[in-house]
Design a protein around this ligand. Structure first.
Ligand code: NAD
Length: 480
């Protein structure tokens, strides 16, 4: 019996490359039926700002597998990204992107590169919670959760085991973001300690990214929070050879989505030019996910043989190395002709039957949470923005055990004892805290806010300050 999957032919070059891929999968004998759905540009332009027709969700809930060509997100505000909506709605928390070089057949500075980027897909700055808070300052919330970090780190180690990989590297910026990236790093360390058969390491993302771009052969599996993963997976795919060659899997507990990592390249659309390789490699990841491992190996090896035979689309064609410049359709035909063949120069691929579990988060007893103070954010431009004037004025709101201890501007402490050279915006964080050991009642914070309001200050938001089992869950001011 055939397995039903949901298919979207996409926009731009999408329909051409999807057509080539489906023909190849069929020729390899993949037992698949397709439920074709409408998502993307036409749906957006018909007035549906989500870009997704409602029946698509029914199809995805039934088939649980989505094979999706690239989509065009129209320019302008108000159009929600279908990728982000699909990933978050279906809980596709893990984005897996194998980045492999095919030297000498596809130009690369990194022969021997074989890195798998595993990117957290639901959290971080992609929560899309943004606010303009003052005339001068906008804010995007970066949300990192313990269960979200645990699932993705565990996924990386389970992946390493299932695919015979030796090492998992984590990148964060926890020297600066000690709370959010600090949580991701500490959960990575906790999870790593349970996988003593796999080597683990952590790099600060800036030097880690530089090393990845310079010596990718030293990396194996790399796990990252969402934003770093977004940027570095494109870098890794590009330095391996081309973003046009890499496929991507988005995996969750309930469903999965497979695609190319590139976009809809509208300028190349309808000309039979585009390289279908990225979407085809997404299709191979899908076959492996569906347990059709032998067919996955057949398609992958036929594709490698096509590459090493020098049959190349324009984007990877190189005089002296390539033998024949072909279009999308002809590239598909060449892969089909080679089904059953194995590459002779590039390493052939085999997908052994090692099913992988999709990790879930481990429930944990909540820690003791005490309210210790509040950061009151104020919009203020009076008195030439002199922080001493703000400090003196706001201290008049002290009372009921709460005292103003610090004011920062863009995170830097400017009161008390600020430096006269510091540039200040109109966005001030004013920290009030309690000296005793007891947990503060919320009511006392509301009273403080009404005292601050009564003094005429423009309160734009507050953040409560908690300790968890005695450990502060908030950062100090820079320079504090
Ligand atoms: P793009 O990846 O579509 O194209 C960038 C350039 O890369 C193209 O001009 C082309 O020269 C080349 N290219 C990309 N894929 C190729 C292929 N298969 N074969 C040959 N050359 C290829 O990026 P873009 O131009 O920034 O984005 C175009 C549209 O795609 C935008 O609307 C964007 O929102 C969308 N997009 C969609 C996805 C997705 O659906 N997953 C991902 C990224 C971008």
């Amino acid at each position: 019996m055939n397995r039903e999957i949901t298919v979207a032919r996409g926009d731009g070059i999408g329909p051409e490359i999807m057509d080539a891929c489906l023909r190849i999968l069929e020729a390899a004998g993949a037992p698949l039926d397709y439920d074709e759905v409408n998502v993307g540009e036409k749906v957006y332009l018909s007035g549906n700002t989500s870009g997704i027709e409602p029946n698509v969700w029914d199809s995805l809930r039934r088939t649980k597998v989505f094979y999706k060509a690239p989509l065009t997100t129209p320019q302008g505000t108000g159009f929600k990204s279908i990728n982000v909506t699909t990933r978050k709605t279906l809980g596709l928390y893990s984005n897996v992107r194998p980045c492999v070089s095919f030297d000498p057949f596809v130009r690369t500075k990194h022969p021997g590169m074989d890195v798998v980027i595993i990117r957290e897909n639901e959290e971080d700055l992609y929560a899309g919670i943004e606010h303009r808070q003052t005339d001068e300052v906008c804010q995007t919330l970066k949300l990192i959760s313990r269960p979200g970090s645990e699932k993705i780190c565990r996924y990386a180690f389970e992946y390493a085991r299932a695919y015979g990989r030796k090492k998992v590297t984590c990148f964060t910026k926890d020297n600066i973001m000690k709370q959010s990236d600090g949580l991701f790093h500490s959960v990575f360390d906790e999870v790593a300690s349970e996988y003593s058969d796999i080597e683990s390491e952590h790099w600060i993302v800036d030097i880690g990214a530089a090393k990845l771009a310079d010596t990718p052969e030293n990396f194996d599996v790399v796990v990252l929070p969402n934003l770093y993963g977004d940027v570095l997976s494109d870098v890794a795919a590009q330095i391996a050879g081309s973003v046009g060659m890499a496929g991507s899997a988005n995996i969750g507990e309930h469903a999965a989505m497979f695609e190319a990592i590139h976009g809809s390249a509208p300028r190349r659309a309808g000309q039979n030019l585009a390289n279908p390789s990225g979407l085809l490699m997404g299709g191979v990841l899908m076959l492996v996910h569906l347990g059709m491992r032998e067919t996955a190996g057949k398609v992958h090896n036929a594709w490698l043989k096509t590459l090493e035979d020098g049959i190349h689309t324009y984007d990877i064609f190189r005089d002296g190395v390539s033998k024949q410049k072909v279009g999308t359709r002809e590239f598909g035909d060449a892969v089909i002709e080679r089904i059953g063949a194995k590459p002779e120069n590039l390493p052939a691929v085999e997908y052994p039957d090692r099913p992988m579990t999709i990790p879930t988060a481990t429930p944990r007893a909540p820690q003791q949470k005490l309210l210790r103070g509040v950061d009151v954010f104020i919009a203020w431009t009076d008195s030439d923005r002199n922080p001493d004037v703000l400090g003196e004025g706001l201290a008049r709101a002290d009372g009921d055990g709460l005292t103003l201890s610090m004011i920062t501007n863009r995170g830097l402490k400017v009161w008390p004892n600020g430096a006269p050279e510091t540039f200040c915006t109109d966005h001030w964080r004013c920290r009030f805290g309690v000296a005793d050991d007891a947990s503060l009642e919320q009511e006392r914070i509301f009273q403080l806010l009404s005292r601050v309001g009564a003094l005429g200050y423009d309160v734009i938001k507050t953040e409560h300050l908690y300790t968890f089992d005695g450990v502060p869950g908030y950062s100090l001011g820079q320079g504090q």
